[in-house]
Design a protein around this ligand. Structure first.
Ligand SMILES: Cc1ncc(COP(=O)(O)O)c(C=O)c1O
Length: 404
């Protein structure tokens, strides 16, 4: 009899957003007349911008003509896209990244879940707590996390780095051994940003301790304050210790068309092994390239018209973020984030648990958010609202919360 990968069987419960969807569906079925406002999941609501749509149409027309038709994309990405990324996202910020160190993909979720394949099973991972669940779950599937303790919500072989009000939701350097360190800034779910000095300390730590940092910068476009690093490669020494993962989902609304990329510098080596070459080998074997049409649309994000349209897109979501943050604070809530990220991280009132507050908000205000405890034990007592709704719905949700 064949055997399954029983690491999958260790995963507790269902994926957070499936649990939320189940609760919301049940509530709607019982209350069909209620108009529910969803500020839970981090999906965008605005359409793709005009320069992107134009580029998509052009790509489709090219596919209709034998002279310009494209089949399989190069599995590491078209050079027209990799070159523009190297110039616009890295060289423009004084970071040295070559086009052939950029691996185009179908998004940051797959890359952040797959990247752990490069590492031996006995490496110790360290994650912020609370954290985007993919980092831990993908390591559970690989058998790297030990056993799960349902009473604490923790895995025995994972180093959890608490992100609290006291440390401004930026984890302190770990005291235990941590081989693979996942960092995400601007952060989902807390909305916190990291300063260049703080990030430099992580890079120095990783280089000193022989650790690798997996830096998820999916929300980079939301940084609004000056002097915050937009890429880890702005830090000295990051080329020898860091992998960066990026997405077109949040800056350009590509959640439904799918595009992202991962950067692995050639200087990132573990003994004789080049992580760059290993990832290239993996991509070549397991991935057949993001579609030409989508990569062409990705390149359109970097044209002057594209950049202008994305600035407006991100600006409109940040207007929501500002309204939520200030609105909640004026009602007496303690709330964070929302300045360099499309997430607001609020403290639940009156010591309610995150799930109690979820139910309360759904039932009394018909507003859906995400319980902080779903992102890790230190998320307990917090709640995440996203700025990805429409402006009208955002204001309506705030009015309803005010009435509570
Ligand atoms: C921190 C973080 N990384 C990655 C992703 C996924 O991005 P993508 O749509 O490119 O797969 C998300 C999506 O919510 C996210 O919050």
């Amino acid at each position: 009899m064949y055997k399954v990968n029983d690491n999958y069987l260790k995963l507790p419960g269902s994926y957070l957003f499936s649990t939320i969807a189940g609760k919301v569906t049940a509530f709607q079925a019982q209350n069909p007349d209620k108009n529910i406002i969803r500020l839970g999941i981090g999906d965008v609501t605005k359409p793709l911008t005009a320069p992107i749509i134009k580029s998509l149409h052009e790509g489709v027309d090219e596919m209709a003509d034998a002279a310009t038709f494209k089949g399989y994309a190069p599995d590491l990405g078209y050079s027209f896209l990799r070159e523009i990324i190297a110039k616009e996202d890295y060289a423009s910020r004084g970071a040295h990244i070559e086009a052939d160190e950029i691996f185009v993909s179908d998004g940051a979720k797959s890359d952040s879940g797959n990247i752990q394949e490069l590492f031996a099973v006995d490496n110790k991972i360290a994650v912020s707590d609370p954290v985007y669940p993919v980092y831990v779950d993908s390591n559970v599937m690989a058998g790297r996390t030990g056993t799960y303790d349902a009473s604490t919500g923790c895995w025995s072989d994972v180093v959890y780095m608490p992100c609290t009000e006291e440390n401004g939701f930026v984890a302190d350097l770990p005291k235990e051994r941590a081989d693979i360190i996942y960092l995400c800034f601007p952060n989902n779910p807390t909305g916190a940003a990291i300063t260049k000095d703080q990030l430099q300390r992580w890079v120095d730590y990783a280089n000193e301790h022989g650790s690798v940092i997996i830096y998820d910068a999916a929300y980079e476009a939301y940084i609004s304050e000056p002097d915050l690093p937009h890429t880890i490669y702005e830090c000295e020494g990051a080329r020898t210790c860091a992998i960066e993962i990026r997405s077109f989902s949040k800056n350009a609304g590509f959640t439904g068309v799918r595009l992202g990329f991962t950067v692995i510098p050639k200087d990132l080596r573990c003994g004789d092994a080049s992580l760059h070459d290993m990832w290239a080998r993996r991509h070549g074997t397991k991935y057949n390239g993001a579609p030409y049409i989508i990569q062409k649309a990705g390149a359109a994000c970097y044209t002057p018209e594209g950049k202008k349209s994305l600035k407006e897109l991100v600006g409109s979501y940040m207007k929501n973020a500002d309204a939520i943050l200030k609105g909640l604070q004026s009602m007496g809530y303690t709330a964070y984030g929302g300045v360099n990220a499309p997430y607001i991280w609020l403290k639940t009132p009156d010591g309610m648990t995150s799930w109690d507050f979820f139910d309360f908000l759904l039932e009394k205000a018909n507003v859906v958010g995400t319980p902080g405890s779903g992102f890790g034990p230190h998320g307990e007592g917090y709640f995440r609202l996203t700025a990805f709704g429409t402006y009208e719905n955002t204001l309506a949700a705030l009015d309803r919360i005010k009435e509570l």
